[in-house]
Design a protein around this ligand. Structure first.
Ligand SMILES: [Ca+2]
Ligand SMILES: [Ca+2]
Ligand SMILES: [Ca+2]
Length: 176
């Protein structure tokens, strides 16, 4: 008898933990968009690290002017006096500034003419292009929520089990 009570208590404690901090936190009206955001797999890339770094006056808002000045300063750090960045130099900078080659933005986003060299102009343009992508309301300012990105929605065809898995079952008639 004692034992089963103890087990029940442990199970209840586990269930409470599983509920997480969301329970009893913000009102339901505020919680709904957060839940939706999690379902849409929101993530941050190396670009957000840059724009946070470029927020020179630390007001949690990166203006386009701050981004431009930041890009110019970052170019000097990345190029270390060189006229262009080679792929190896870019990889070195990317590891330091962006957290590595897998977080993006990627080298080809900078090397727009694909000649294996990144110029100062290409470097700044790539950063400002990313700024403009993030700046959805086009007010020339990025706030932290603007910097999160979402995984693309998986393409689901009616009747298909998984994308690229062949024709949907029972869909088209067999080939003759
Ligand atoms: Ca700022
Ligand atoms: Ca180039
Ligand atoms: Ca904005």
């Amino acid at each position: 008898m004692q034992r089963s009570i103890a087990l029940f208590a442990a199970a209840a404690a586990l269930a409470a933990c599983a509920g997480g901090p969301g329970r009893g936190g913000p009102p339901a009206g505020e919680q709904a968009p957060l839940g939706a955001a999690y379902r849409q797999s929101v993530f941050l890339t190396g670009a957000s690290l840059l724009f946070v770094q470029f927020d020179a006056d630390r007001d949690y808002i990166t203006t386009r002017a701050e981004a431009q000045a930041g890009a110019e300063a970052e170019w000097k750090r990345a190029a270390e006096g060189a006229a262009v960045l080679t792929p190896i130099q870019f990889a070195t900078w990317s590891a330091r500034a962006l957290g590595g080659p897998n977080l993006g933005p990627y080298r080809l986003a900078f090397d727009t003419n694909v000649n294996n060299e990144i110029t100062a102009a290409e470097f700044a343009a790539a950063i400002l292009t990313k700024f403009d992508q993030f700046d959805a309301d086009k007010d020339g300012a990025l706030r932290r929520p603007d910097m999160s990105e979402r995984l693309p929605e998986p393409v689901r065809r009616p009747g298909a089990r998984e994308a690229g898995d062949g024709p949907p079952p029972g869909g088209r008639p067999p080939r003759r």
